[in-house]
Design a protein around this ligand. Structure first.
Ligand code: AVJ
Length: 332
């Protein structure tokens, strides 16, 4: 991690995340209907499974966004002008997307500071190792933090223009009210003239959307079921994942793919660290994930309600996905 070009700022502790996990499992399994948040999918095993998902033929999202960044990366960058700037990424990914924004800057022999914000130290380290060899003109400053505290830190510590990346339709896991609050928070961390690049999966024919979450290799099912395994490992649960099935479907009402783990029998699960038992009826669901699919109207409404102006929209050739570029209005 102590690579010459990188800095590592720690604003979150593993214990904090474990506490949050414990609290959310407790309240989620006590509510009716039961729920567990997809934000907890990403332990080490879950992150590996997600990487496999991005390579599945059915999961078109990653390929579409890669196509957009390869094709239009330079034009996206040109919206910031020629001055030195900071590139902030919410969620660090594996670097395969962001290089299409980093490399054109470095190719012009310009300096760039890249600041990935992520809760996984190992993800940040792997990403840094991958990026650091690229050029002495690239500064990588990793921020181990929740998005909100990372953004807050950035506000007081960066000079010059900033471009924030929130790619992969990660916003789609938030509920509408949460998305608005989150985007307003991003907006508050930025100055007039700064830019947000938001990757969003668009509404399209239902079969295509549903197939992306029902792959024939069953990786997405394992990805969801891994959450029960994580509860077993980290909180001393005794879930038998074979007694649950993964189910996901498009809901026209909410405009997204909703995912569930459904109990196959009448069963009780004990979780040691919560000192609690949770009862399941046959067919009882745990709601695990909402993956929102956006309409153009929704995107326009979100931007204007959170204080941004849409500056440009970049699509893949099939128009499955959009990288929507939003600017903070005003002088700057
Ligand atoms: C990373 C949140 C965009 O919702 O499509 C992939 C996660 N879930 N397959 C999504 C996911 C099931 C993904 N996001």
């Amino acid at each position: 991690m102590n690579t010459a070009c990188s800095d590592f700022l720690v604003l979150a502790e593993d214990q904090d995340e474990l506490k949050t996990f414990k609290a959310e499992v407790s309240s989620g399994l006590s509510s009716s209907p039961k729920r567990l948040s997809s934000r907890f999918f990403y332990d080490e095993e879950g992150s590996d499974l997600f990487r496999s998902i991005t390579r599945l033929p059915e999961y078109y999202l990653t390929g579409c966004e890669l196509e957009i960044l390869k094709e239009h990366g330079k034009r996206i960058l040109s919206l910031l002008g020629e001055k030195e700037f900071n590139l902030v990424e919410l969620g660090s990914g594996d670097g395969s997307k962001v290089v299409h924004l980093i490399d054109p800057v470095l190719a012009k022999n310009r300096r760039l500071t890249y600041l990935p914000i992520d809760l996984s130290a190992s993800a940040l380290e792997t990403l840094t190792d991958f990026l650091c060899r690229r050029s002495p003109n690239l500064d990588v400053r990793c921020i181990l933090a929740e998005y909100s505290s990372g953004l807050q830190w950035i506000k007081g510590h960066l000079e010059g223009r900033t471009m924030v990346l929130f790619l992969g339709s990660n916003l789609g896991n938030f509920e509408l009210a949460e998305s608005e609050a989150f985007l307003s928070q991003v907006r508050a961390g930025l100055s007039p003239g700064d830019v947000l690049v938001l990757g969003l999966d668009l509404r399209k024919d239902i079969e295509t959307m549903v197939r992306a979450y029902n792959d024939s290799a069953g990786v997405t099912a394992r990805f969801n079921l891994n959450l029960l395994r994580r509860i077993n490992h980290q909180l001393g649960g005794n879930f038998d994942p074979r007694k649950f099935r993964y189910y996901s479907t498009y809901s026209p009402g909410s405009g997204g793919v909703d995912s569930f783990l459904i109990s196959l029998s009448s069963q009780s699960v004990f979780i040691r660290d919560l000192c609690a038992t949770f009862d399941f009826e046959p067919g009882e669901p745990i709601y695990t994930e909402h993956s929102h699919k956006y309409s153009e109207t929704e995107i326009r409404r979100l931007a204007s309600q959170t204080g941004f102006v849409i500056e440009a929209s970049f699509y893949d050739s099939r128009k499955y996905f959009v990288d929507s570029v939003w600017r903070v209005p005003g002088q700057g």
